[in-house]
Design a protein. Structure first.
Length: 186
């Protein structure tokens, strides 16, 4: 008689997750460093490469691309509000001054591609996702600012509390959206 082990998890191929994590990091660093050097083209170029690889390794391509569009829209609103509220400013304000710049849209799309990839383990763990968003969101902005891609216009504590609150809401919301889209659309 065969024993059933309830602690077994399905075998997960780590290669796509590692590729996802590495490309996410590459897109982020290349985009942010490029902006700090007053260059716009490297961000869209490396994100296009990430999209191309994602098409090959992802099992939820259509859902992920819809999710990326949703994340860009959310990021456009959130970062534009942060700019308009005088919390921060970004380098290379294209296409319009006072609105979250195009390169920020790239970072939001980049983040979205991880939600069914290397961050997929957070789906259904919304309290953990909120806590990680509260810490990880401000850290990302902090490092981008340190690399010269923007500046804080208020004290760091106030800025990072506001950014953290935004990310503590948006991270679980996007993870929920990722799960629902993937369930309905492959």
């Amino acid at each position: 008689m065969e024993r059933t082990t309830y602690l077994r998890s399905p075998t997960i191929d780590p290669v796509p997750l590692i590729i996802n994590l590495v490309l996410f990091q590459l897109v982020w660093i290349i985009t942010v460093l490029s902006v700090s050097l007053d260059r716009v083209w490297p961000g869209p170029t490396i994100l296009s490469f990430f999209f191309a690889v994602h098409i090959i390794v992802s099992t939820s391509v259509r859902a992920d691309f819809i999710l990326a569009a949703i994340a860009v829209a959310m990021g456009l609103v959130i970062d534009t509000v942060l700019i308009q509220a005088g919390v921060l400013s970004f380098g290379i304000n294209l296409p319009w001054a006072g609105v979250a710049p195009f390169w920020i849209w790239i970072l939001w799309a980049n983040f979205a591609l991880t939600l069914n990839g290397c961050l997929g383990w957070l789906q259904g763990r919304y309290k953990t996702a909120a806590m990680l968003g509260f810490v990880g969101g401000p850290l990302s902005y902090h490092f981008g600012i340190r690399l010269g891609a923007g500046e804080l216009l208020v004290t760091p504590l106030i800025a990072f509390l506001i950014i953290g609150l935004c990310w503590s809401v948006v991270t679980p919301l996007l993870l929920f959206t990722a799960r629902e889209l993937t369930r309905r659309i492959k």
